[in-house]
Write a protein that binds this ligand. Structure first.
Ligand code: SF4
Length: 198
């Protein structure tokens, strides 16, 4: 039986060994130091982009920065509110430029005007239809106490007789600066609220 001869190699074994050795030596030369951790940048970026806070602080920040006012402006203080909402005083700085005709989309009632007993049930219904949480700013002497009409049989001696009031802004009428100050006070009050208190 005829035995087949091995084919002649293209390179001698010595050459192959040298080539292989050169490759290994090259790799060794470039691998003296460990490769840097490719995720190292995460340490730096995370430090710059994560901040810790409480749920209360985050929710209160969102709530006080987006108070939407329901339409409830039964008398002359309304014009001071309108001025406050205009470009000169600009309540959109506080995220408040959206005035809602639907109480279900509002969380703030600014009671700008004298309230008569005839209107009172409607104002109370609007307040009751606003979802929780909700707040009230009594704007002007009439809203605070009935103002110059307090002794009238037809006037409610302050909105706090029919709905809970959070902030009182006196004046007849109060200037826009006064109302803005009242809004800032309400924002501070909201900042102190807690979900734990229900
Ligand atoms: S406080 Fe003065 S301006 Fe405001 S609703 Fe009463 S009377 Fe009008």
């Amino acid at each position: 039986m005829e035995v087949s001869q091995p084919k002649e190699l293209a390179y001698s074994e010595t050459e192959l060994n040298r080539t292989e050795g050169a490759i290994i030596e090259n790799l060794k030369a470039g691998a003296q130091q460990p490769i840097a951790d490719p995720d190292k940048w995460l340490d730096e970026e995370l430090k710059k982009n994560i901040f810790l806070t409480t749920v209360d602080a985050a929710i209160n920040w969102a709530r006080r920065s987006s108070l939407w006012t329901v339409v409830c402006f039964p008398a002359c203080c309304a014009f001071e509110f309108i001025t406050t909402a205009g470009s000169r005083f600009d309540i959109s700085r506080f995220g408040m430029e959206i005035i809602r005709a639907s109480p279900r989309q509002a969380d703030l009632m600014i009671t700008a005007g004298t309230l008569t007993w005839k209107m009172a049930p409607n104002v109370k219904r609007i307040y009751d239809q606003m979802p929780e949480p909700k707040w009230v700013i009594a704007m002007g002497a009439c809203a605070v106490s009935g103002g110059i009409f307090r002794s009238s049989y037809a006037v409610v001696p302050g909105y706090n007789h029919i709905i809970p009031v959070d902030v009182y802004v006196p004046g007849c009428p109060p200037r826009p600066e006064n109302l803005l100050y009242g809004i800032r006070l309400l924002q501070k009050k909201i900042a102190k609220e807690s979900l734990m208190k229900g």
